[in-house]
Design a protein around this ligand. Structure first.
Ligand code: MF3
Ligand code: CO
Length: 296
């Protein structure tokens, strides 16, 4: 018989399809029963290939240890006068010294090891020796690591020296919005719960969520299904199932939601109205109780 995701149903005493080595009835059987029922009720459910095993999660955590470590390292060294090219070099060196590979490097032709997006840059700012961080700037450092084929991905905002009250507030509200999204993750809940929680925080402060970019499944690939948008309604979208691993990474504009993708470098995205933009990103796994953060 085919199941919720079009795949075959194992016998109860067969090894589980997930590769855990356990019998199906002691592994994903109960989860599959529930998914099958939801599927038959017309719910959007994830393909089984998106459900990570305990061993996958351990490997992702080893990758994430590098990703977290390198962002901590950036936090210690970043400040006025640092160029974004220097940050790129720190990230490349640290990652490689710890046995990892920067996932951004050569990803779809991307030329550097990290994205550094300053002030009105929404995302995918390319590090450059021409970009000198100045007192008052806000910058997102978005870093991703591959270790033994497993991907980790997270980003943080850094305030350079003293920043204006407006910028500080944007950075803080964006972090609050991400946290509201994390808090909304429930096993057997919906992705729309996450989107709605983020959007509510952002818009209550008069800011706007970027529509074109969002989070993503991650683990065995850099970008897996599902797309994780940050505008939506509760109880809509894909069902959240223990073992799903994805990012929450809202891009929040102080002004309008529109973006400008016309930079000739083919990557750097800016706000259309020149307003500031902020972003934080964590990577998590859905658990039986809620979620566990893997990279931040
Ligand atoms: N790190 C980004 C994300 O959060 C992806 C950057 S892709 C790059 O998904 F090529 F621009 F580096
Ligand atoms: Co990401």
């Amino acid at each position: 018989m085919t199941m919720y995701d079009g795949g075959p149903e194992p016998g109860r005493n067969d090894p589980c399809w997930c590769g855990s080595g356990k019998k199906y009835k002691k592994c994903h059987w109960a989860c599959d029963e529930r998914l099958q029922e939801l599927f038959e009720q017309g719910e959007e459910v994830p393909h089984r290939s998106l459900l990570k095993t305990a061993a996958d999660i351990e490997s992702i955590k080893r990758s994430a240890a590098i990703n977290i470590g390198v962002l901590d390292y950036v936090g210690e060294k970043i400040g006025p006068g640092v160029t974004t090219a220097e940050i790129d070099q720190w990230i490349y060196d640290y990652t490689v010294e710890h046995g990892g590979v920067p996932a951004d490097l050569n990803y779809e032709g991307y030329p550097k090891s990290v994205c550094t997006s300053v002030n009105d840059e929404v995302c995918h700012g390319i590090p450059s020796s021409e970009v000198v961080l100045r007192e008052g700037d806000i910058v997102n450092v978005d870093c991703s690591t591959i270790l033994d084929g497993f991907y980790s991905d997270s980003s943080r905002m850094f305030c350079i020296g003293e920043v204006s009250e407006e910028r500080r507030r944007l950075v803080e509200v964006t972090r609050e919005a991400m946290q509201a999204g994390i808090d909304a993750v429930r096993p057997w809940g919906h992705m729309g719960d996450v989107a709605h929680a983020v959007q509510t925080v952002v818009e209550s402060h008069g800011y706007n969520v970027v529509r074109e970019f969002g989070g993503h499944g991650i683990g065995l690939e850099f970008h897996e299904e599902p797309f994780v948008g940050f505008v939506g309604e509760p109880d809509t979208g894909v069902v959240l199932v223990p073992g799903m691993c994805f990012t929450i990474e809202p891009m929040v504009n102080a002004g309008g939601a529109s973006i400008d993708m016309s930079d000739p470098n083919g990557w750097t995205v800016r706000t259309a109205d020149g307003s500031d933009s902020a972003q934080w990103e964590v990577q998590l796994v859905v658990t039986d109780k809620g979620c566990e953060l893997l990279s931040w």
